[in-house]
Design a protein around this ligand. Structure first.
Ligand code: C2G
Length: 153
């Protein structure tokens, strides 16, 4: 019997941790639905997204493991979504362990291992660090690299 899996998330600055999760979901069922958090919902989560919802949703939709993308607008919608889409499995990363056990009456609830050493927060931090390097220092570094490249030619 075909199994439908659902997950919810921001998927900002899409990275391998997101891809690994979506791949895992596709191995758990026949159809994967992803509810991507809208920008407004993220503000409620206290998350400032870098990439707007339309682009985050388009990227997730393009992933071969994903069959359908819907917007995540409220915490409560999980209860109606599970019924509306005849969900068999709700799955999400272990960072949410226990938070969605109330769905256990309606479907299987699975908390999956996160991918280590990657997170949107860390990517943003690295980007901020890079952008904080004074322009003149960056230019000096590029010039040194250019000289090195020429010497090696
Ligand atoms: N994830 C992962 N490994 C990482 C980073 C993220 O497995 N290194 C998983 C998270 O556990 C989550 C999914 O990728 O299941 C999406 O992560 P986020 O975009 O950070 O999702 P979040 O903001 O936690 O939103 O209602 C639930 C919330 O909308 C979840």
């Amino acid at each position: 019997m075909a199994k439908t899996v659902i997950t919810y998330g921001t998927f900002d600055m899409f990275h391998i941790g997101h891809l690994n999760l979506l791949k895992r979901l596709s191995e758990m069922g026949d159809q994967v639905i992803v509810a991507v958090s809208t920008d407004e919902f993220n503000e409620g989560k206290g998350k400032k997204t870098l990439i707007p919802y339309e682009q985050r949703a388009a990227i997730v939709e393009s992933v071969k493991y994903v069959d359908k993308v819907i917007p995540e607008e409220t915490w409560e919608q999980k209860l109606t979504d599970v019924k509306k889409y005849n969900i068999d499995i709700f799955a999400i990363g272990k960072d949410w362990e226990g938070k969605f056990d109330f769905l256990k009456d309606l479907c299987e609830v699975v908390y999956l291992e996160r991918t280590s050493n990657i997170s949107t927060t860390e990517l943003k931090r690295s980007l901020t660090r890079f952008l904080s390097i004074p322009h003149k220092d960056l230019m000096k570094a590029f010039e040194a690299l250019e000289m090195l490249r020429r010497d090696l030619e």
